[in-house]
Design a protein around this ligand. Structure first.
Ligand code: SF4
Length: 117
């Protein structure tokens, strides 16, 4: 099969994505569009260049298994924990929060507690 160079011609950074992922890539997807257009014209399946994971390329699981692989119990638990921590932090920073005035960086800068007038 003849090697086509459309992906290289349309790349704004001038890299050859056929050599694998490279740090110069800005993720503009111009190579994906160019490759898909050529594959459509030639009657080949799309997706020769696509967003995917290293494990899919190595054949560990199919493209359709990416979401299932991401939604594992560990990632769900970590996401829930981070959400709770972030919500607690934002809530503590809200004006009027009774805990916000007791926080200080150093003891010298800690403001004195307000007394009710
Ligand atoms: S995504 Fe854009 S920058 Fe990256 S290889 Fe493709 S055309 Fe080049």
């Amino acid at each position: 099969m003849r090697r086509l160079r459309v992906c290289v011609q349309v790349c704004p950074t001038g890299i050859d994505i056929r050599n694998g992922l490279q740090y110069e890539c800005i993720g503009c997807a111009a190579c994906i569009d160019g490759c898909d257009q050529i594959m459509d014209k030639m009657g080949y399946p799309r997706g020769l260049i696509r967003y995917t994971t290293e494990n899919v390329v190595k054949g560990k699981y199919p493209d359709s298994g990416i979401i299932k692989h991401i939604l594992r119990p560990r990632t769900i638990i970590y996401t829930a924990l981070l959400t709770v921590i972030a919500a607690a932090f934002v809530t503590a920073l809200l004006p009027g929060c009774r805990y916000a005035s007791t926080w200080c960086v150093t003891a010298r800068r800690c403001p004195k507690k307000r007394t009710k007038a």
